[in-house]
Design a binder for this molecule. Sequence first.
Ligand code: NAD
Length: 302
Amino acid sequence: MKIGFIGLGIMGKPMAKNLINAGHQLVVLDLNKASVEELKGLGAETAASKVELASQCDVIITMLPNSPEVKEVVLGEGGIIEGAKPGTVVIDMSSIAPLASREIHAALREKGIELLDAPVSGGEPKAIDGTLAVMVGGNREVFDKHYDLLMDMAASVVYVGESGAGNVAKLCNQVVVAINISAVSEALTLAQKAGVDPDLVYQAIRGGLAGSTVMDAKAPMMMDRNFKPGFKIDLHIKDLNNVIDTSHGVGVPLPLTAQVMEIMQAIKLDGSGVEDHSSIVKFYEKLANTEVGRTATEEVKS
Ligand code: NAD
């Protein structure tokens, strides 16, 4: 069985590598030729076009920025739909609007092609480790057949419902992550300005109720002034746009998410759109005229 993989960015490249390590034969494609060459060096085949890739693969995974790119790659001129044979399964692991997933699925079904929307959480470190959390929407039988393949990139793969449900779960994930990063930023800025070492505060509270995966991933980045993405502010804004569109569509006001969205817009205007979303802390630092950093010289006793 050949697997096509389109989109070898921060996430897609390590995910594709894990599939190769698990013994799968991959055919890869990306606009970035250097990434394609890197995967070729690890044993992947390459394709001159999406049609050529699609015509020789039974499963095609996409890991692209947003709905427009996925629509273009799957349904656009020279897209997957033109090359794929009936029975092919497309697994879109990008985070896109649930409505877009449903539209793409409907168009593919007319040609006998199935789609799973299978976005991920965990960021680059878990993509590298192969320990992502995958949330999947689509046909249950198709999901069951591809569970093992998804587990080759993940620590957990959960079926959440029909087409689009995977991306609804991902939007919920992005709400929790965005608000949680803001909460960590607010707290560490408070510690800094109150004259208590933010690192000691972090060490003191991370084992209690305030602790979280987000805190463990992002607090050290904030204190180390390491804003290399990771997950770019620009992509999180994209997700929150999808969140707000979807929530208004179904009639759910999201006041906290709306606030964090505006914070991210301010960060972007300051030129940090391509930085990691931990750079939300800079917004709070500007308000409080301070900078979060480690100040302790002693080792933490716990
Ligand atoms: P990225 O920008 O690093 O990678 C996207 C890749 O898609 C790039 O290599 C780009 O060249 C390629 N691409 C774009 N348009 C293309 C086209 N038309 N044809 C072929 N290739 C094309 O993005 P990323 O961080 O890897 O994110 C990918 C998806 O995963 C996004 O939907 C993102 O929201 C989601 N996601 C990212 C993270 C993270 O921490 N980075 C975590 C979870 C989910």
